[in-house]
Design a protein around this ligand. Structure first.
Ligand SMILES: Cc1cc2nc3c(=O)[nH]c(=O)nc-3n(C[C@H](O)[C@H](O)[C@H](O)COP(=O)(O)OP(=O)(O)OC[C@H]3O[C@@H](n4cnc5c(N)ncnc54)[C@H](O)[C@@H]3O)c2cc1C
Length: 386
C-alpha cells in the first residue's frame, strides 16, 4: 500500500492544504499530526476576540473529529513530532513511533520571540500565538486593569485595541518611534498612534523594557529610559521565529524559515513546507493570504500537477477598530518614496503611496475611512511574487 501524505501541523497552513488537496484527490491516504488539540480555528480572531465576545472554546469552529471526517484524514492531536528521517521517509514521534510517508509537508508555524528580559518575573510574560495561549491570557486578565504590551507591531496594536473592550487601558512599549514601525512610514504611523491614544491606548515609544519584577501583587517593568511601568499582566508581541528545528536537524536547508522553491519543495524533493515555518523563494510572509496561495499550488503539485506559487499584491488588514488600517508594504529592495496623497481629517482618513521615480505604485497605506480604497489600490500594486 502507498504510504500516506503526512502533514505536520493543524493550523491554517496544514488544514488549508488538506482542504485544497481533497478538492483534487479524495483517495490518497492523508495523515495530519499536531501538537495541539487540532480543532479548526482562525488564528487572526485571537486578537479581536474580546470585542467579539469570544472565549478560547468558542473560537473553535470545528472539532478534530469533524475535521477528520470532512477531510477523510487520520488526524492525531496532542503529539509531538521528534525527528524527521528523510532517507527512510519516516517521521518519528516523541516516544519512538515511526510513521512512513509518501510526501511530507511541514506546516509547523512559528514560535513567539522572547526578549532577553531580566527581573524575577520575566518568566510570567505571556505571548499569544495559539488557542491555549489565548485561554491562559484571558484567565490572567480576570480582575486586571493595567496591561503592558511589549511590541507595537500589528499583533501588539491589535491586542491593545482589543483590550479596550474589556475596560483595560493598555500601554504599548516599542523601541520604534511610532507604532507599526515596520509597516507604516512616519506620518501615517503618528496618525495611527493618535487615533489609538484617543481611544485609550498609551504608548511608550523609542524605549524598551529591560526587566519585569514582582511588585505589589502585580509587576513592575524597568524601561530603558530609566522610568518604570506597573502592570497586572505583561503581554509580549515582539515577533515570530519560524519553527525550523526539526528541518535543520534532518539536514534540510533552512535560513530564516525552511527554505523552499516556488513549488514549496524543500531541499528534499519529498518534503514540502508552507505557512509561517516556510521561506518560499526568499520570502517569509507570516500572514493568511500567502498561505491560501501556497496551499492551492502545493495541493496541485501533490495531486500530480507540479505547480509554482505566485502571489498578487496582498494588502494586510490591521484589525484596530480605533483606526482601521490596510498596509501593502513595498518590496524590501524597492526604490521609492512615500507621499501622502489624500488626508481627510474630517472624514477620518489618510492615504499614502510609495511611488518610484516614474510615479509607479510600489506600496500603500490606508488609514481610517481611506481603507475603502483597498481594492482599487491593490489592483495597481505590483505582485509580491509574480
Ligand atoms: C494574534 C494573531 C493575529 C493575526 N492576525 C492576522 C491577520 O489579521 N491577518 C493575517 O493575514 N494574518 C494574521 N496573523 C498571522 C496568521 O494567523 C498566521 O500567518 C497563520 O495562522 C499561520 O498558520 P500556520 O498554520 O503556518 O501556523 P500555526 O497556526 O502556528 O500552526 C502550526 C501547527 O504546527 C503544530 N506543531 C508545531 N510544532 C509541532 C511538533 N513538533 N509536532 C507536532 N505538531 C507541531 C502546532 O500544534 C500547530 O498545529 C495573526 C497571527 C496572530 C498570532
Amino acid at each position: 500500500m502507498t504510504p500516506p501524505i503526512v502533514i505536520l501541523g493543524s493550523g491554517l497552513a496544514g488544514y488549508t492544504l488538506a482542504r485544497e488537496l481533497r478538492k483534487l484527490d479524495r483517495d490518497t491516504p492523508l495523515v495530519i499530526l499536531s501538537r495541539d488539540a487540532a480543532g479548526f480555528y482562525s488564528k487572526p480572531m485571537l486578537s479581536n476576540a474580546f470585542s467579539a465576545h469570544r472565549s478560547a472554546a468558542s473560537l473553535v469552529m470545528k472539532p478534530v473529529e469533524k475535521m477528520a471526517a470532512e477531510l477523510a484524514a487520520v488526524i492525531r492531536p496532542h503529539l509531538e513530532v521528534a525527528a524527521l528521517h528523510p532517507a527512510r521517509r519516516v517521521v518519528e514521534l516523541a516516544g519512538g513511533e515511526e510513521i512512513p510517508y509518501r510526501d511530507l509537508v511541514l506546516a509547523l508555524g512559528a514560535d513567539p520571540i522572547r526578549l532577553p528580559l531580566g527581573g524575577d518575573a520575566a518568566a510570567d510574560v505571556l505571548s499569544v500565538n495559539d488557542l491555549d495561549d489565548f485561554a491562559r491570557f484571558a484567565a490572567r486578565l480576570d480582575g486586571a486593569k493595567r496591561v503592558a504590551v511589549l511590541g507595537g507591531g500589528l499583533i501588539g496594536c491589535e491586542f491593545a485595541n482589543d483590550l479596550l473592550a474589556r475596560d483595560i487601558r493598555p500601554t504599548v512599549i516599542d523601541i520604534a518611534r511610532w507604532p507599526l514601525g515596520r509597516l507604516l512610514p512616519e506620518d501615517t504611523g503618528q496618525w495611527f498612534r493618535q487615533r489609538l491614544e484617543a481611544a485609550g491606548v498609551s504608548f511608550r515609544l523609542g524605549v524598551s523594557a529591560t526587566t519585569v519584577s514582582h511588585h505589589a501583587g502585580g509587576y513592575r517593568l524597568a524601561i530603558s529610559d530609566g522610568t518604570t511601568l506597573d502592570a497586572d499582566v505583561v503581554l509580549s508581541a515582539v515577533g515570530l521565529r519560524p519553527r525550523t528545528a526539526l528541518a535543520a536537524a534532518a539536514g534540510l536547508a533552512v535560513n530564516r524559515g525552511v527554505l523552499t522553491d516556488r513549488r514549496l519543495a524543500s531541499s528534499d524533493p519529498h518534503i514540502h513546507a508552507l505557512g509561517d515555518c516556510a521561506e518560499v523563494d526568499g520570502l517569509t510572509l507570516p500572514y493568511v493570504m500567502p498561505i491560501m496561495h501556497q496551499a492551492r499550488a502545493l495541493a496541485a503539485t501533490l495531486a500530480g500537477t507540479p505547480t509554482a506559487v505566485s502571489y498578487p499584491a496582498m494588502p494586510v488588514v490591521v484589525k484596530t477598530p480605533a483606526c482601521p488600517a490596510v498596509v501593502c508594504p513595498p518590496a524590501i529592495d524597492a526604490q521609492g518614496s512615500w507621499q501622502i496623497v489624500a488626508s481627510d481629517e474630517a472624514g477620518g482618513g489618510i492615504e499614502a503611496q510609495c511611488l518610484d521615480a516614474n510615479e509607479k505604485l510600489l506600496g500603500f497605506v490606508l488609514l481610517g475611512g481611506a481603507t475603502a480604497r483597498k481594492q482599487a489600490l491593490a489592483s495597481r500594486a505590483p505582485a509580491t511574487l509574480g
